[in-house]
Design a binder for this molecule. Structure first.
Ligand code: FES
Ligand code: FES
Length: 156
């Protein structure tokens, strides 16, 4: 066990944990951030994506010991922002949500894209979403949603 301190959605937190536990499990079990989903559990689908110091990571392949001192933002925290509203409205308008399982990870990926590049091309969007899989809509509607979010002010 070690003490691990980090910032979760703007709040300082500390846990005593085996440092090898998956960040995904810590977020879901210890902090009830159940918007962070488990899909593949192998770093392939993006359902568990969160922002780690502003960068998109798959929390199923990050050991919690590696995030000591870092800043984590999950969909639970991002949901409270104006940018979330712009992005989620764009997803709804573009018809990019069906079962919704991939959506939290897609929204975090969208934020990671637009915070770096407010007006991405379709190729840049596709590239930014390449680690996120959707089994329902196909990627075209999701790419359109990101374009729409960018136009609607989701970029900076
Ligand atoms: S559950 Fe983490 S990438 Fe699929
Ligand atoms: S909406 Fe179902 S997996 Fe994407």
């Amino acid at each position: 066990m070690s003490q691990i301190k980090f910032t979760l959605n703007g709040k300082s937190v500390a846990i005593d944990s085996n440092p090898l536990r998956r960040l995904l499990d810590v977020l879901r079990e210890d902090f009830k951030n159940t918007g962070v989903k488990e899909g593949c559990g192998e770093g392939e689908c993006g359902a568990c994506a969160v922002l780690l110091n502003g960068k998109l990571v798959n929390s199923c392949i990050v050991p919690v010991g590696a995030i000591d001192g870092s800043e984590i933002v999950t969909i639970e925290g991002f949901r409270k922002t104006e940018r979330f509203k712009i992005i989620s409205d764009a997803f709804a308008e573009a018809g990019a949500v069906q079962c919704g399982f991939c959506t939290p990870g897609m929204i975090m990926a969208t934020e990671a894209i637009l915070s770096q590049n407010p007006s991405p091309t379709r190729d840049e969007i596709a590239d930014g979403l390449s680690g996120n899989l959707c089994r329902c809509t196909g990627m075209n509607m999701i790419i359109e949603a990101v374009e729409l979010a960018s136009k609607n002010g989701g970029g900076k």
